[in-house]
Write a protein that binds this ligand. Structure first.
Ligand code: NCD
Length: 305
């Protein structure tokens, strides 16, 4: 049984197959409208979410399946002290596949150990968020015509932002990738990510000023400062507005430097950028449903060859 806990759970070849499937689903939606008939997705969300939960649910509904689940730990038996292991054992009796989001790093991996059904990690604390990476890659692939030979800038909270950890580990497997990590010192990329890049001789630099990095980028991935992972509010308040991408800063970017953001944005992208043809963050949301449809079908073993 296959789970999706980190982007590495799919090889580069498997990912390409998944993206081609998502392309086909976009072109021929009716072909897949009954592909998951009789199947159920459980969304187990112990942490707030708008996009990720509803995108998984939309994906399953588009495939003709149905959904059950809960949107917060507070309304589940977790509030009575039930363990993730017991919750997933129970859910395995109800559903065919589960997407789980949890504030603790490693929670989805624990769930997978006890699960009788495929588990999708929909975000585990500050660790990983692999389905976000699938849609980030699909967006880059579609806008740039591929995933090789580019410089990717990641800006903001690189310490707690799980989407950037997953994106870097996935992009590191493609030819000719360079990273520029743009963050305040306190929010630098964790060592386990930088060490992985060093071990594999993948070039990266770390800078503090967004202005210094912008002109060289093919992709600029902005992120929110992850308020919920801070130990004290003063640090959050001091760092939250460290980066604000506005028209003036964007004017130094290449004409084909696309701006991505996993959303929700708080203040780090000025709304005046939304009409710029390089703003791709709402397009990401569209691709999110399609890649999740492809992932669900693949994990259920129902994807066409
Ligand atoms: C992200 C997350 O939950 O990690 N949101 C999302 O799933 N699109 C990013 C964030 O919350 O900042």
């Amino acid at each position: 049984m296959k789970h999706l806990l980190t982007p590495q759970d799919f090889t580069v070849e498997e990912l390409e197959k998944l993206f081609l499937l998502a392309d086909d689903m976009e072109a021929h939606p009716t072909k897949y409208a009954h592909a998951c008939e009789g199947k159920k997705l459980a969304t187990l969300f112990f942490e707030p979410s708008t996009r990720t939960r509803l995108s998984h649910e939309t994906a399953m509904l588009n495939l003709g399946g149905s959904v059950i689940g809960f949107p917060s730990g507070g309304v589940s038996s977790a509030s009575k002290g039930e363990s993730v292991a017991d919750t997933i054992r129970v859910i395995s009796c109800f559903a065919d596949i589960a997407a789980i989001r949890h504030p603790k790093e490693g929670a989805a991996a624990v769930a997978a150990q006890y699960s009788g059904i495929p588990v999708i990690n929909a975000g585990d604390g500050g660790h990983q968020h692999p389905t976000q990476t699938l849609l980030d890659l699909q967006t880059i692939r579609r806008l740039k015509g591929g995933l090789e030979h580019m410089t990717i800038g990641l800006c903001g909270d690189l310490k707690f932002g799980r989407t950037v950890h997953s994106l870097v580990s996935a992009m590191a497997r493609y030819e000719g990738i360079r990273f520029v990590f743009i963050s305040p010192d306190e929010l630098r990329m964790p060592d386990y990510v930088s060490d992985m890049l060093r071990d594999r001789n993948i070039p990266f630099e770390e800078v503090t000023r967004l202005e210094d990095a912008i002109p060289q980028l093919d992709i600029l991935y902005m992120t929110r400062v992850q308020k919920e992972r801070f130990f004290n509010e003063e640090d959050y308040i001091r760092l939250k507005d460290f980066y604000i991408l506005d028209k003036r800063k964007l004017s130094a970017a290449r004409p084909d430097c696309y701006i991505l953001h996993p959303l929700p944005r708080v203040g780090e992208i000025a709304p005046e950028i939304d009409d710029d043809p390089r703003a791709a963050y709402f397009l990401q949301v569209r691709y999110g449903v399609l890649v999740r449809m492809a992932a669900i079908l693949t994990l259920l073993g129902l994807a066409p060859d």
